[in-house]
Design a protein around this ligand. Structure first.
Ligand code: KG4
Length: 340
């Protein structure tokens, strides 16, 4: 199967993205973010759908142009079916259907979470290729998900632990919001934490059994802590911003690593990877590396641009599904909530 060329479409949240992958090699990767949400401190679904509608055609045109291919070279179109915001998903789904119909090529539906994991298998034209070996564990941490996934093969994965409430990214973003930081707050907390003392403050850690996560208790504990201290000192946040960020980040990472260590022990798997927007966090990367050294893990961290929401990960998943003959019908519908 040479020259299998996949157009990937991603529109699950607030990034409109298109990418071209040929035989597993990335040819182009275009992402248009949406600035409209910044002033609201979070993604506004209605505005996201509308922005996707505006962006989708220019983004796809750019992806095809940058790849240096013709539309007629495309073998199949892969789109994110979910999970995500329904109105946003509908834009990408409808576009992909129209494209597949017009071009007379197959349609492939992709689970966004599977895409995050398979981003580890994107090949660069001239770069080194260093994918994980099966089976491996993937810590998937993003704005909408926190999961530990046992990956047995490209299209064979199982969620062995997941959050029962908020995602790790949500914990970063919501706590950042109460400190008055811009949205999304994760990167700001990361930056400020570098100057702070991670042991200055203690916040509640969840006590739940197994490999599942919980972050809503931490969020509440953080909120109450600030509220109590603001009563005594109205400048409490400004005066302690770096320490607050460092302590918050330390707690989130500690929670994430605890269950990951447990999962590695339980499964005996030492091939460890990370995916999703929160994997950009510098403290998390350091902690993962320290644990890798200590426990003999082979740690693989994907390229930064593939950890955030993007269409390259949808295209690479589409590629493996294409090879496996897994196609979708024109009656495919998106799902806001869907499991791996
Ligand atoms: O995977 P992603 O791009 O999309 C969603 O699932 O929405 O992840 C976005 C999330 C946001 O919550 C953002 O705050 C978080 O990833 N994030 C970070 C960092 N960079 C992005 N969190 C902590 N530290 C960072 N450096």
């Amino acid at each position: 199967d040479a020259n299998v060329t996949i157009l990937g479409i991603e529109s699950s949240c607030d990034d409109t993205a298109a990418a071209i992958i040929r035989d597993g090699v990335i040819l182009s990767n275009v992402v248009a973010g949406q600035k409209v949400h910044e002033e609201y401190g979070g993604v506004v679904p209605e505005l996201a759908s509308r922005a996707h509608q505006q962006n989708i055609i220019p983004v796809v045109d750019r992806a095809i142009a940058r790849a240096g291919i013709e539309k007629s070279d495309i073998s199949a179109v892969a789109f994110t079916r979910g999970p995500g915001l329904l109105g946003s998903l509908l834009v990408g789904t409808s576009f992909a259907k129209g494209f597949s119909l017009a071009a007379g090529i197959p349609l492939i539906e992709v689970n966004h979470l599977q895409g995050h994991v398979l981003a580890l298998f994107i090949k660069e034209k001239d770069g080194a290729y260093n994918p994980p070996k099966f089976p491996f564990l993937c810590l998937l941490v993003s704005g909408g998900n926190s999961q530990i996934i046992l990956v047995r093969d490209y299209l064979d994965m199982e969620v062995i632990g997941q959050t029962i409430d908020d995602a790790a990214g949500e914990a970063f973003d919501k706590c950042a919001k109460v400190m008055g930081l811009p949205y999304p707050g994760g990167p700001h907390v990361d930056r400020l934490a570098k100057q702070g003392d991670p042991h200055r403050f203690n916040f509640a850690k969840p006590r739940i059994s197994g490999l599942d996560y919980s972050f809503s208790g931490l969020k509440t504990s953080f909120l109450y802590f600030l509220r109590d201290n603001l009563k005594e000192n109205e400048n409490f946040i400004e005066e302690n911003q770096a320490d607050l960020c460092a302590s918050l980040q330390f707690t989130i990472i500690d929670i994430l690593l605890n269950k990951l260590k447990k999962a590695a022990k339980q499964t005996g798997v030492k091939e460890i990877t990370v995916a999703g927007g929160v994997s950009a966090n510098s403290g998390l990367r350091t902690a993962l590396q320290e644990n890798a050294n200590k426990h003999g893990w082979n740690l693989i961290i994907p390229k930064f641009e593939y950890t955030m929401d993007n269409a390259a990960m949808i295209a690479i998943t589409g590629y493996y599904k294409y090879l496996n003959g897994e196609f979708a019908g024109q009656d495919a519908v998106p799902f806001a909530r869907t499991q791996l």
